[in-house]
Design a protein around this ligand. Structure first.
Ligand SMILES: *Cc1c(COP(=O)(O)O)cnc(C)c1O
Length: 224
């Protein structure tokens, strides 16, 4: 299938999900290019896509520099090690989705001269393999970052849905809904939060049904 066709199908699905949530609700699509080459990113850009996301600083650096001439909006989605902070800041990402602790925020603050737009990552399903602050502390940490890190501009939150079992199951569908509903409730308590980054290839329609307004889609756009 061509990129144009895949993108078109995803956009149609997003459109349908957003209209059934609320016709005034706008959802932004981030094309996650971690499985893609720079040429494939360029091909998707030609179809009209502008926002792309990577989960490693190194990949963000190489793709954004290879495609420097295009007006792309780059999102950093993955966990950030402290020794990569300077490198990320130098790339001036449009939005960093994985601010996952107060310690990381303060380490970024100490190295910042410009402002960094960021989302607080919340570990909504409390899975040990996932990063993020625990849901019970989200508001407190969000507030602390706002108070102590003037170079970080918090725009909202990011969550990753619970990992699906190998075979589809009803209880997973319920777990997803519960997680996304809880994420929306927390999001609504955060002061001045406007972005709820929630939903990937396997679960974005459910995420939109619970109020996601930014979805991060990789496989459904780029996998063979
Ligand atoms: C890879 C990744 C995605 C995209 O996942 P797909 O299943 O490929 O759509 C979204 N968010 C994060 C943080 C990722 O690492």
């Amino acid at each position: 299938m061509s990129f144009a066709k895949r993108l078109d199908q995803i956009i149609k699905r997003i459109e349908k999900a957003r209209l059934s949530y609320n016709r005034h609700h706008i959802v932004q699509l981030i094309a996650v290019s971690k499985y893609a080459t720079s040429q494939q990113v360029r091909a998707l850009y030609t179809c009209g896509q502008r926002a792309f996301g990577e989960n490693k600083v190194q990949d963000l650096q190489s793709k954004s520099s290879a495609l420097e001439s295009l007006p792309l909006e780059w999102h950093m989605l993955g966990s950030l090690q402290h020794n990569k902070i300077n490198k990320l800041l130098a790339l001036k990402p449009f939005l960093f989705h994985a601010l996952d602790s107060l310690q990381l925020a303060q380490a970024i603050e100490a190295r910042s001269t410009d402002t960094l737009n960021a989302l607080l990552q919340v570990n909504i399903s409390k899975e040990h393999t996932k990063s993020g602050v625990i849901p019970e502390q989200a508001l407190e940490i969000y507030t602390r970052i706002n108070q102590t890190c003037p170079h970080i501009r918090l725009k909202g939150m990011m969550v990753i849905g619970p990992t699906p079992p190998a075979t589809p199951s009803f209880s997973h569908a319920q777990a997803l809904e519960r997680a996304f509903a809880q994420a929306k409730d927390i999001f609504d308590t955060l002061p001045n939060a406007s972005i709820l980054s929630m939903g990937m290839s396997a679960d974005f329609e459910c995420a939109i049904a619970y109020g996601a307004n930014m979805v991060r889609i990789g496989q459904a756009l780029f996998a063979n």
